[in-house]
Design a protein around this ligand. Structure first.
Ligand SMILES: N[C@@H](CCC(=O)N[C@@H](CS)C(=O)NCC(=O)O)C(=O)O
Length: 210
């Protein structure tokens, strides 16, 4: 009945680690390399041919990729932990909206920023892709900040899985000071999440701001 998370330090597996830890579900972590000079870990390629983390192996052996799917799935398994509003909760729509926005808008923009050469066939095109990704991220973080409002969390008073996901993506921004000048609410959201005693050591290991 054990979940296995394939993880790599400083990547999108951090949010899945946090959800697993908060869930209390039995789990173990396998640390894999995604960017070795020789390519990703063969162990990782076996479970995800794209060589990406996170990957979750379910107790029945099924393989799950996609961070948002993993977070949604695990959070729903433990409703008593309050990581996700239940399907009939009026907050469920907002929860799903922000989860999809993080996974489908902000995360891909971050990937274009970190791996710009993958998104152009022009050998000189990487810088332009990166610049465009940064501009796009600014617009997307503005939407998220407006959604957060005065918070303290995206769904209001209580922290949910979507805040943890958001905090990871906010934490990936290298210029936290600059981010604080433009989106102080998002930085505060990141700090609130990092203050959770279960999440803190996971953030520390994943090089996320505390
Ligand atoms: N859509 C996937 C994206 C996963 C992803 O891009 N993970 C990055 C780390 S943050 C990765 O493994 N990169 C290695 C690579 O693409 O070669 C998800 O949400 O899980």
């Amino acid at each position: 009945m054990t979940f296995t998370l394939y993880a790599s330090e400083g990547t999108g597996s951090a949010v899945c680690e946090a959800i697993l830890a908060l869930s209390g579900l039995p789990h173990r972590r396998i640390d894999v390399t995604i960017q070795a000079p020789t390519g990703p870990d063969p162990e990782l390629i076996q479970v995800n041919p794209l060589g990406q983390v996170p990957v979750l192996r379910l107790p029945n052996g099924e393989i799950m990729t996609e961070s948002a799917a993993i977070v949604l799935y695990l959070s729903d398994l433990v409703p008593e932990k309050g990581l996700a509003p239940r399907p009939d909760d009026p907050l469920r729509a907002r929860y799903l909206r922000w989860m999809a926005f993080l996974a489908c808008a902000i995360y891909p923009s971050s990937l274009r920023k970190f791996y710009p050469d993958r998104y152009t066939a022009d050998p000189q095109g990487g810088e332009a892709v990166k610049d465009a990704a940064i501009a796009r991220l600014t617009r997307e973080f503005a939407v998220l900040a407006a959604g957060l409002g005065t918070g303290p969390f995206l769904l209001g008073e209580a922290m949910s899985a979507v805040d943890i996901y958001a905090a990871m993506l906010i934490g990936w921004e290298e210029n936290q000071e600059g981010m604080n000048d433009v989106f102080p609410g998002l930085i505060q959201l990141g700090q609130r999440v990092a203050a959770n005693p279960v999440i803190r050591p996971i953030w520390e290991r994943n090089l996320l701001p505390l």
